[in-house]
Design a binder for this molecule. Sequence first.
Ligand code: ATP
Ligand code: MG
Length: 390
Amino acid sequence: MQELILLKLGELVLKGLNRHVFEERLCANIRRRIKHCGKFQITSKQSTIYIEPLNEEADLDAAFEACKCIFGIVALSKAHPCEKTKEAILDTAKTYLHGQLSAATTFKVESKRADKNFPMTSIQLSQWVGGELDDCFPNLTVDVHHPELTVHVEVRERAAYVHGNPEPGAGGLPVSINGAGVSLLSGGIDSPVSSYMMAKRGLALDMVHFFSPPYTSEQAKEKVIELARLLTPYTGHTILHIVPFTEIQEEIRKNCPEEYFTLIMRRFMMRIANRVAERIGAGCIVTGECLGQVASQTMEAMRSTEDACDYPVFRPLVGMDKEEIVSISRKIGTFGTSILPYEDCCTVFTPRHPKTHPNLSEVREVEAALPISELVERALAGEEKLKLSW
Ligand code: ATP
Ligand code: MG
């Protein structure tokens, strides 16, 4: 019998009757993400997903790493199956976990008996295996409260499985179980984090990025492509819509009072995102805004941007401190790219004295000087789409 991966499902086990829908979605996501690691059989039973290699070439370690980023999984372990006898279980623990058992100082055995025909109770099995291991490894003492190593024994339908401490999974809900959203991705620190957070809540995401050549450089665009690519282990596959924004910005500059530049520009972003959302059948728009972080992120400014779109706007960072955002950004590996010093279109025409508490009707009035729908159409006509997948 061969080493395999056991995945523990998170929140989705709570979903009652819809559970199989969740499990199927998760299995489909896993199948897609580990395809490049070789041939595996993926099965789901009793809140556990089994990933078994089907041949020698299948790369179990690579599949394990990939699974750490898949939402919907709370914990994962590499495990070894064996016959359902206490002797086979002990032998497997001794050989398979030899390294970990030799390195630890305290341990305990935790057994689960899903197969009720197994002749010992879980407690009896844990005590017996624990006692034997304690004898074999003089470095070990039993600590049932805070052991360094927990030897897990799971007696299930087809076999018994032995593994050490599980690793934490990515949590959340399987991507796309909650439908699709359009995420506004800039080159900053925040929007990759907001995208990650909404993918974690089960949204499949398309990304929209606005760029303003020649005011913003090719490198700035490459940076955003790289950020979208870095997110794919979490988002699965995604489409990055790159929309030219130069004309809109120039028209705003020519026709609107300077203090409104950012506000009106953001309304155009929302309109275009709205169009993309309609086209792909998405149900929301996601931004990396955070209350009070900059002049354009006051409640009034958010009301003004929201007014330009029909969908709910999700802002998962709205109540977070910058430091909390940075720490997620480091964890998911986007921080280093986010801080590369290329300009964003938002910073190109920053007003000297932006309106921080705009009045919605005033914003609408000021904006009426512009041929809004033509500008939106022309920007969309220049849209470039990039498929990114893991
Ligand atoms: P970020 O770190 O995400 O760039 P920020 O703190 O710089 O955010 P703003 O520049 O006010 O804040 O942007 C607020 C949000 O608007 C961003 O989080 C992003 O969702 C969206 N956004 C800003 N610039 C762009 C852009 N060039 N393309 C697409 N979306 C953008
Ligand atoms: Mg920014």
